[in-house]
Design a protein around this ligand. Structure first.
Ligand code: LHQ
Length: 255
């Protein structure tokens, strides 16, 4: 249900059920979790790009699998969705969502779990949970207020109204919007730029900044010190300083 390909330092994960708007099945949840673990282990992977095949990014849970009521929500979330979302944070490499089309329900949460969001001008975001009488899950109640602020987060979650790529850009929910025609190339080019940067430092930036959201200043300063000791012992740090002093472009190896 997904495609996984590594090219020039970038692991491209493509959600691949285009006829169902790439809606989640149990298999897809598990394949995404496994793909992130594989990308984390593979030293050749220095950036991860997550996108959807066809017209949509991801339409959330496949509603064909939950019709008629009596759904074991605890089982769905604890066994499938929650481990998948946690894996985004455990992955110490940058993860970019290339939102090619609609991202709805848990598909929107999936995009929010990524570190950077790039959108096609044809992308849109629907916090669709309320439209079927549910609550944002897969981190929707955690990521959304942290990214757009509590007021807008509550509005999006309570109304379930569609947000265009342009509106998402204004809210800071996406980092860039590109024309639909060149979107996949632009997204890959963006990922390739990140893939030649100091990967260890980027992983530590990711971990430290997310931790900083949950800690006070004193704890954050202490964690920064720990992270700086780790970053400062990498080859890439030595290379960065040497390149600066020699007035040349750095060649970072990701270690
Ligand atoms: C779909 C779906 C879909 C199946 C479009 N399933 N086929 C966690 C735990 C346990 C249970 C419940 O859920 C969760 C987490 C969740 O994610 S809950 C939220 C689930 N998602 C939704 O409620 C979104 C439902 N879909 C929509 O609101 C619309 O389809 C969106 C806004 C995504 C797209 O609208 P349009 O661009 O107008 O396209 P469309 O509605 O015509 O859909 C295109 C096709 O994709 C269509 O199939 P068809 O055979 O008629 O062409 C849809 O049936 C299918 N599709 N979403 N979630």
């Amino acid at each position: 249900t997904i495609l996984y390909e590594v090219t020039e330092g970038v692991a491209v994960i493509t959600l691949n059920r285009p006829e169902k708007f790439n809606a989640f099945t149990e298999q897809m949840n598990k394949e995404i979790t496994a793909a992130l673990k594989q990308a984390q282990k593979d030293a050749d992977v220095r950036c991860i790009l997550l996108t959807g095949a066809g017209r949509a990014f991801n339409a959330g849970q496949d509603l064909g699998d939950v019709q008629g009521g009596g759904v074991d929500f605890g089982g769905f979330l604890r066994n499938r969705y929650n481990p998948m979302i946690l894996q985004f944070r455990k992955t110490e490499k940058p993860i970019i969502a290339a939102v090619n089309g609609v991202a709805a329900g848990a598909g929107m949460s999936l995009a929010l779990a990524c570190d950077i969001r790039l959108a096609s001008e044809k992308a849109s975001f629907v916090n669709a949970f309320v439209n079927i009488g549910l609550v944002p899950d897969s981190g929707g109640c955690y990521f959304l207020p942290r990214i757009v602020g509590i007021g807008k987060a509550l509005e999006l979650a309570m109304t379930g109204e569609k947000l265009s790529a342009e509106e998402a850009l204004k809210l800071g929910l996406v980092n860039q919007v590109y024309p639909a025609d060149s979107f996949q190339e632009e997204a890959l080019a963006y990922a390739r730029k990140l893939a030649v940067l100091p990967t260890r430092a980027i992983g530590l930036i990711k971990r430290t900044m997310y931790k900083g959201l949950e800690m006070d200043l004193e704890e954050t300063l202490e964690y920064e010190t720990y992270a700086q000791e780790a970053a400062g012992s990498t080859e890439d740090h030595r290379e960065g300083v040497a390149a600066f002093l020699e007035k040349r472009a750095p060649r970072f190896q990701g270690r």
